[in-house]
Design a protein around this ligand. Structure first.
Ligand SMILES: *Cc1c(COP(=O)(O)O)cnc(C)c1O
Length: 396
């Protein structure tokens, strides 16, 4: 099928929940994608932070193929080796001691919300249920996750929303201090806000939040669904800040392109979940775990976060050069390969111009050009992207 045919068929039968770009993709390799007409693109969207090892990484492809031929799915009534090994890997490379597996970022946050409420009720009392989150945050699309999300545009039309969430401005410790009340049990933050427009937490802020949580007996949850797993130059995002959370949620890059989520917690927190308290039929099935074991194995053995830090710093420098050249670039920000360029104008026309020139980028929060390339990109690929961006920004 050609692009037109795929678009027509899709528009006829798939629910219109996405504002789609008129591009049908058929194949990917490394940092490149090919559309239905055979045109290739440098992929700086990276499946929205999913394809961190690039497309069709051979280790991930092999692991999926081998596991698919052996055992794809069994119920969580039973033990499997890939699940046990993946949990071990995540624990050995984080500050947490226990893992719950699910299938997406929203589900990981749901699991964190449930675990947090159970913990708070047990140790704080029945009136402890409120979770404070940040304005401009994004935590997913289930009802609890859109309520945790501090942006009304994701909530409107879906009321009544679950109770027990409160929002504060991000990077404002005084506001958080003031917001803590008798019902508060936890703080949920993205160390780097992604959908909100690539806004990194300040180091002092996160350290202050940790201290406040300790003083007030609150749990600290980091949503690392987008910024975790190498994206900002460390395996876990909290490691960049040197601030340990009590719970971590992961998804996107976890299984190298295969759908998977996870919620990690410290031992004392995890212990309040008893058999039957939470579950996911597909969560941590052998196929997803084999894919994740391969992906995270490559990530750790081949020092992918370190490459990300180096190439990311280089790419950011080049974006700062572009900022000197174009007065409508307000700010360049971000960490590692989670980078944003805030414009004084709408971002969508520039996304289109980049696409016409063979570069896929994304626009967050209306005017922030967001770059989320695979973490394995080279300096040469970064240069190619910057040259196209330059041409797109300069075009009339
Ligand atoms: C993408 C994202 C989610 C939601 O993940 P899904 O897999 O789409 O449910 C949650 N939190 C953050 C920070 C995200 O970027």
């Amino acid at each position: 099928m050609n692009t037109k045919e795929i678009m027509a068929l899709s528009d006829q039968y798939v629910m219109h929940t996405y504002g789609r770009i008129g591009l049908a993709l058929v194949q990917g390799q490394g940092a490149e994608l090919r559309d239905a007409e055979g045109k290739t693109y440098l992929d700086f969207v990276g499946g929205l932070a999913v394809n961190s090892l690039g497309h069709c990484h051979p280790a991930v492809v092999r692991a999926i193929r081998d596991q698919a031929e052996t055992l794809m799915h069994v119920s969580n009534l039973y033990y499997t080796e890939p699940q046990a090994k993946l949990a071990e890997l995540l624990v050995q490379n984080s500050c947490c001691q226990r893992v719950f597996f699910c299938n997406s970022g929203a589900e990981a946050n749901e699991a964190a919300i449930k675990l947090t409420r159970k913990y708070a009720k047990k140790f704080g009392g029945p009136e402890k249920y409120e979770i404070i989150t940040a304005e401009k945050s994004f935590h997913g699309r289930t009802l609890a996750a859109i309520t945790a999300t501090g942006q009304t545009k994701y909530q409107q039309g879906f009321e009544p929303l679950p109770q027990g969430f409160k929002y504060v401005p991000f990077n404002d410790l005084a506001a958080l201090q003031k917001a803590v009340g008798p019902h508060t049990c936890a703080v949920l933050l993205e160390p780097v806000q992604g959908e909100g427009g690539v806004i990194p937490a300040e180091r002092d802020y996160l350290a202050g939040v940790r201290e406040l949580c300790d003083q007030q007996g609150l749990l600290l949850i980091f949503d690392e669904v987008q910024c975790g797993l190498g994206r900002i130059g460390k395996f876990m995002a909290y490691q960049h800040y040197g601030v340990e959370p009590d719970l971590i949620t992961l998804a996107k890059a976890l299984a190298g392109g295969f759908p998977m989520g996870a919620m990690l917690a410290k031992q004392a927190v995890a212990d309040v979940f008893a058999p039957g308290d939470h579950a996911a039929t597909f969560g941590g099935n052998p196929l997803a775990c084999a894919a994740a074991l391969a992906a995270m194995g490559v990530m750790l053995q081949e020092a992918v976060p370190e490459n990300c830090a180096q190439v990311g710093a280089y790419l950011k420098e080049q974006l700062l050069v572009l900022q000197q050249k174009y007065s409508f670039i307000r700010e360049v920000r971000g960490l590692g390969l989670l980078l944003g360029m805030e414009l004084a104008v709408e971002g969508a026309p520039y996304v289109r111009r980049c696409q016409e020139r063979g570069l896929l980028i994304n626009c967050a929060a209306g005017n922030v050009l967001r770059l989320l390339p695979p973490l394995i990109i080279t300096k040469e690929e970064a240069d190619r992207a910057v040259a196209i961006l330059d041409a797109a920004l300069g075009a009339e």
